[in-house]
Ligand binder design. Sequence first.
Ligand SMILES: *Cc1c(COP(=O)(O)O)cnc(C)c1O
Length: 401
Amino acid sequence: MELSQIKSLDSQYFLGVFGERFPVCFVRGEASTLYDQDGKAYTDLFAGIAVNALGYNHAAVTDALMAQAQTGILHTSNLYYVQPQAELAALLCQHTFASRVFFSNSGAEANEAAMKLARKYFYAQGSGRYKILSAHHSFHGRTLATVAATGHDYYQEPYRPLLPSGVSQIPYNDIEALRSAVDDQTAAVLLEPVQGEGGVTPADPAYLAAVRALCDEQGILLIFDEVQTGVCRTGSLYCYEQYGVVPDIMTSAKGLGCGFPIGAVLANEKVASAIAIGDHGSTFGGNTLACNVSLSAMRYLIDNDFAAVAREKGAHLMSRLRSLSSDKIVEVRGMGLLLGIQLTDDCVAKQVVLKMLERGFVVGTAAGNVLRIAPPLIVTYAEMDAFVAALQDVLGAPAQA
Ligand SMILES: *Cc1c(COP(=O)(O)O)cnc(C)c1O
């Protein structure tokens, strides 16, 4: 089918939430390269929004998917034991702070579960604490509860009054604002260690440490949304490790299935022990196919220390980007292989994405006129350097000697 036909079906029949998309339809992928319908190759530095951590057609993903499909079983439900689900839960607990895991189908659902766990934890104690504080410029998903937690008017405005009640926002990286917002009904603080959609803004280390201390002092739970920062992306299996700040509850998704939809909520023993039979559930969450793919991909990422890979490649890419010579760049920031380039207002990030697509490179954007870079973790140094050269071309004069 021609791109124009796909476009016309999409614009006529698909709910108009995405509007006009970038003018390409990828039909095949191999490693970090995507191919469109005309066979044009693109080096991917966005990985389907930080999802395809192992790129395309990686044996650790493709073989696990094929092998599971060939058993004839994709799903059996949580009425029965599911081997890869049990193994994946164990793997995640062995490599994180958590003592228990629940699987969902998406990041938003994982955050919904996290909020439920926090409320149940206090309910089980007979406490009336129910409020959840999240940050301005955060992103936690598109369900009603996660929209209530997402600190952007753009996402919230059409859906007021927001559900559930008791979810509100405070400025990010501002401990005094948090201190004055908490009260004796505050149940949890929900934060991204690096705000992804909001502009690739890392938390200040002192801020996260102070948040942890405040939560401990007040008996409040700390939830990290690591949907975007997790799975080696920022240079450790989960980003909290690098901050040395351990949450009570953490969510994961995006890279967790390396392209297959799966999410997870992870909890420490204190929180997990408050959860009883019937408190939560899912038909599809933790299904055999999703867990088998994720288990294989996660084992591969852990066994081959992709946290270190992301750290090293990220340091290289960050230094190359910081040496770009352009008056269009306000700042380059991020951690590991989750990087943002904030552009000046006259240089619209979306236009840069289009120009880079023409040159055969896929990049994304984030709020605040930021170019977002989140390549597959298998990206090569040559691919990163070619990307930086093309970006130099698009953003302005070549570097001065
Ligand atoms: C993408 C994202 C989500 C939402 O995940 P979905 O799978 O789209 O529901 C939640 N939190 C963060 C930090 C994200 O980046």
